[in-house]
Ligand binder design. Structure first.
Ligand SMILES: [Mg+2]
Length: 371
């Protein structure tokens, strides 16, 4: 089997705003083969930038578009193709958007191999540690504590056993920060796990103070209280925090994840399969975390393609039972794939169909496609 074509499809809602909701637009990747099998992947990046990285023509040996790196190759040789893409993009890659773009192709390759062998991707990756995960409802804080409390009550009523609030008003003031987390806990009640995603809003000293102030609300973890470049600050915070510190969703590089754990001391490594270069690299990071006796969880704020790929990823890990399950409402997230990934009794199931186990709704693709 040979790869014949890579298609990078930019999808975008008619209105996009500054809210930190990554599913307002996305880049879906289709890898076509001469056997008629088509693999699907997704990229969490600036979609137009990632599309250009995939489609760019050859400039020279180590400056080439990713599609050109895999054209004519055997889709089963995934590690070799990751290497070809990484080496072919050295001039502009190694970090950031080039690695994010690589994710879409790499995930699509796994989808092809799964479909060809009639196996779910998690089995091909050697996984199957768990078949269901505790889906934690992931949502942005309300604009006011009262709204946060109302959202929390609603999510608890839907049967979630864990809820994470993030971004929005965090960082406005000490009084407001505490009021929102207090309202979140009041809304969901005491029997449900609570996580807080601070959204990079504090300096190190403030983050240490907030971690101590939030201890009374029994958080499962405090996420991204600091700027991703502040690895030394993460180290000081982790040493003094009474709760787990989680981070990593902006990180694309394997060694940077190691540094976040070894210097930053984080307890929970958050890996986005559509940012770190795909499933193989995600698994490497997950095992780096396992060897350090840390948790590794998915970051997932895109569409059903990302959800499916993330489920296959966490099914390969011995060190998690959580799954980030975004409950923000959006047309691409809710309708792009025919699969809806229902949460039953607070749990989400890993797909058992061949490949990723997702099918795109082509009418939705046509509706939101740009360019
Ligand atoms: Mg986050």
């Amino acid at each position: 089997m040979k790869i014949t074509r890579v298609e990078a499809i930019h999808l975008r809602l008619p209105e996009v705003n500054e809210r930190c909701d990554g599913s307002q637009e996305t880049l879906v990747v289709k890898v076509h083969t001469d056997a008629g099998l088509v693999g699907v992947g997704e990229v969490d990046s600036s979609s137009l930038v990632a599309r250009a990285i995939i489609e760019a023509p050859l400039s020279h040996k180590i400056c080439r578009g990713l599609a050109e790196c895999v054209a004519g190759e055997d889709p089963f040789e995934i590690d070799r193709l990751i290497h070809r893409m990484y080496e072919g993009s050295i001039f502009f890659g190694r970090q950031g958007a080039a690695i994010q773009a690589m994710s879409g192709i790499e995930i699509a390759l796994w989808d092809i191999v799964g479909k060809a062998t009639k196996r779910p991707v998690y089995q091909l990756l050697g996984g199957g540690f768990r078949k269901t995960f505790r889906a934690y409802a992931s949502i942005l804080f309300g604009d006011t504590p009262a709204e946060t409390e109302r959202i929390g009550r609603s999510l608890a009523g839907q049967g979630f056993r864990a809820v994470k609030f993030g971004w929005g008003p965090m960082g406005q003031s000490e009084e407001s920060d505490i009021a929102h987390v207090k309202a979140a806990r009041r809304g969901i009640g005491d029997g449900i796990e609570l996580m807080v995603d601070a959204g990079l809003c504090w300096d190190t000293a403030t983050a240490i103070r907030r971690a101590q102030q939030f201890e009374q609300f029994n958080l499962t973890w405090l996420e991204e209280p600091l700027h991703p470049d502040n690895v030394e600050g993460y180290g000081r915070l982790s040493a003094r925090s009474p709760m787990r510190i989680a981070a990593g969703e902006e990180v694309c590089d394997i060694k940077e994840f190691q540094r976040l754990m070894d210097v930053g001391g984080i307890d929970v490594a958050q890996v986005d399969v559509t940012r770190v270069g795909g499933l193989s690299r995600s698994k490497r990071i997950g095992y780096d975390a396992a060897e350090r006796h840390r948790l590794c969880v998915n970051h997932s704020y895109k569409t059903g393609v990302n959800i499916a790929a993330s489920l296959h990823f966490v099914a390969c890990l011995p060190n998690t039972h959580y799954f980030e399950y975004c409950v923000e409402q959006g047309a691409l997230r809710q309708t792009l794939t025919r699969q809806r990934f229902p949460v039953v009794g607070g749990e989400i199931a890993v797909p058992e169909e061949p490949g990723l186990g997702v099918e795109l709704d082509e009418a939705v693709v046509a509706k939101y496609r740009v360019g």
